[in-house]
Design a protein around this ligand. Structure first.
Ligand SMILES: [Fe+2]
Length: 244
């Protein structure tokens, strides 16, 4: 499958992927350590050198942090055992926390799995008609968390001109557009909005949000996309700052 694409290190300027579902068997992501290794191998070919794993924490996938950490240790051993050399380093485990009416994760939880610098990757529901509990955001910010909102371009009820976007930005919430959105993986609207957020300077980070080999095939195709290559050349993203 991958032979169809000439490998380009399009994403080398990012160095780091900070959003993917490659911890096996805990959500709708990778289904085995082998799939994770194959996925990582492909990510290496398009320029990634460091990866943070961010399994879902939401009502549908009621993961528990301690269990996730144990599974991460098991995966690290499986990766080492695979003997594969050209893989990005799997730096650490974090989470993608969904704030929606069903997932009542409230401030005070001391085990929240964050990216470095107490940076919390969070998302809203894709289908909840605009429930955005921005007040919960401010509670987390008061507790010293930095927030990154995953894939703002994918919420049908939100756009770069929304009042809620303005409010979140004033609060200091950073945004992370999904790379695959820019190649039309989630449809035309997400594609248009993805470029718009970036061009307005509203996306500090880019993430793969990779789940499985279907996403990986799309990522390799996206690496060939001239518009995406232009974005990577012309805009600075903060992915690499996560490992400083
Ligand atoms: Fe995700």
């Amino acid at each position: 499958m991958f032979g169809l694409f000439k490998k380009k290190d399009t994403f080398a300027p990012l160095i780091v992927d900070m959003h993917c579902h490659l911890l096996p068997n805990v959500d709708d992501g990778s289904s085995s350590p082998e799939e994770t290794v194959r996925s990582l191998k492909a990510m290496y070919t398009v320029g990634y050198r460091k990866v943070f794993l961010t399994p879902h924490f939401q009502a549908r996938y009621p993961n528990i942090e301690d269990d996730i950490k144990k599974r991460f240790e098991v995966l690290k051993k499986a990766i080492a055992k695979s003997g594969e050399k050209n893989l990005p380093e799997v730096v650490d485990i974090a989470g993608e926390y969904r704030f929606d009416p069903l997932f009542a994760r409230m401030p005070g939880v001391d085990k929240v799995l964050t990216l470095p610098g107490k940076t919390l990757l969070c998302e809203f529901s894709l289908h909840n008609n605009g429930y955005m509990p921005i007040d919960i955001f401010s509670d987390y910010i008061k507790m010293g968390y930095k927030l990154i909102l995953a894939h703002p371009e994918r919420y049908p009820y939100l756009n770069a001109h929304s009042t809620e976007v303005k409010k979140m930005r004033e609060m200091g919430v950073a945004f992370q557009v999904n790379i695959l959105s820019l190649n039309g993986f989630y449809g035309e609207s997400a594609k248009r909005k993805g470029f718009e957020y970036i061009e307005k300077g509203l996306s500090e980070y880019l993430g793969t949000d990779t789940h499985n080999m279907r996403y990986i095939a799309a990522l390799l195709e996206t690496a060939e996309n001239k518009e995406v290559q232009r974005v990577l050349k012309n805009y600075n993203f903060k992915n690499a700052e996560l490992i400083k």
